[in-house]
Write a protein that binds this ligand. Structure first.
Ligand SMILES: [Zn+2]
Length: 356
């Protein structure tokens, strides 16, 4: 038995029940932060496993017919194939992902921000055509273990146009027993020609009860708060709870709360932070300034009411609204490669202008 996110067990079993009739390309989509890539990998491992679990009928504790489901076909975690898969060297399995998401071994935590940044910038955020071409032999030669051949592509929307076109050829003329699993939470950014050649699998988000139970079992103390912050996405909630997220957020908000702060120096100290997070923090903060000004209400930063009131007294609403527009525009470009430091500086300078 392999480790699975609890809400994956049923949809995984349903797919594996038709393992011999699976289409050659599945597009696994759904809400961000619910473990779609983990799901795709569990499916891949289960297809490659040489001793998958037998099928059995299960149900919830208050087992009614509606909650019963057949479970089975999931990877054993013990056979040779499972060991190779876990060690990352199963000969009939490949993953395709952008360079910037490839995990490196050997921590580079000791790097100072100034040293680390230029390296990060060189890493592509796109899946490139060379990466697709490099799979040509893997996709066409016969398999090593006489079973499935599985390719996982995640996040699929990071394929650039040339890479996606190269993949199309494979999708049109797939080799036998080949399963390509594309993973995305941004369906609209995939080429229509890619979408139309895949069967869609919607991975459902867990309900709040299941998500909270899993967070509690993962050692998260204030599950409800982080789950709300993560918009109901349990994996995001776990990373918020366990990473430096809270510390980073606190230090960033402290700068926003101080109109006399040195924003250029701040930009430097925040440049390793996730820009997505930063834009969210700016949006919720400015939202609270507007709410304070209009209705003397605070939605997100209840501990900073005094600072918000001081800023709200001196601001002009049209300036804030213009800044909110700028933030929405920034949101659209932060996933593309660009100079993150420059954007961060610009957002902070605009913030300073908006509140004075
Ligand atoms: Zn196995």
């Amino acid at each position: 038995m392999i480790d699975l996110l609890p809400w994956h067990r049923q949809p995984l079993s349903e797919l594996l029940a038709r393992r011999d009739k699976l289409p050659h390309a599945l597009l696994i989509h759904g809400h961000q932060g619910i473990g779609k890539t983990e799901f795709a990998k569990a499916l891949a491992q289960s297809l490659l496993c040489e001793a998958p679990e037998a099928s059995q009928t299960l149900g919830t504790s208050e087992a009614t017919e509606a909650t019963e489901f057949k479970e089975g076909g999931i990877a054993c975690g013990e056979c040779n194939a499972c060991h190779w898969f876990r060690d990352g060297n199963h000969p009939d399995y490949r993953e395709l992902l952008p360079e910037n998401l490839v995990e490196e071994d050997g921590g580079s935590d000791a790097d100072t921000p100034l040293e680390a940044d230029p390296k990060d910038k060189k890493k592509s955020k796109e899946i490139k055509i060379d990466q697709v071409r490099a799979l040509a032999d893997f996709m066409t030669l016969s398999t090593h273990r006489d079973g499935f051949r599985v390719l996982v592509i995640h996040p699929a929307e990071t394929m650039n146009m040339a890479a996606a076109n190269a993949l199309l050829k494979t999708l049109e003329e797939p080799a036998a027993r080949t399963v390509i699993l594309l993973v995305t939470d941004q369906m609209a950014r995939l080429m229509p020609t890619i979408r139309s050649r895949c069967q869609r699998v919607l991975l459902p988000a867990p309900d709040a009860k299941a998500a909270l139970a899993w967070l509690a079992a993962s050692g998260v103390a204030h599950g409800e708060a982080v789950l709300a912050m993560a918009g109901g996405a349990p994996l995001d909630a776990l990373s918020f709870a366990t990473s430096d997220y809270q510390t980073e957020r606190t230090s960033f908000v402290a700068v926003l709360a101080d109109p006399a702060a040195d924003y250029m120096a701040a930009a430097q100290s925040f440049e390793k932070f996730d820009l997505n997070h930063i834009v969210t923090w700016l949006q919720t903060w400015v939202g609270d300034v507007v709410m304070t000004k209009l209705a003397d209400e605070v939605r997100h930063h209840v501990d900073d009411k005094k600072a918000l009131a001081a800023i709200a007294r001196q601001v002009q609403l049209p300036k804030l609204f213009r800044y909110e527009t700028e933030l929405r525009q920034a949101r659209r470009v932060i996933t593309h490669p660009l100079n993150a430091r420059l954007l961060l500086e610009q957002l902070l300078i605009s913030y300073q202008r908006a509140i004075h």
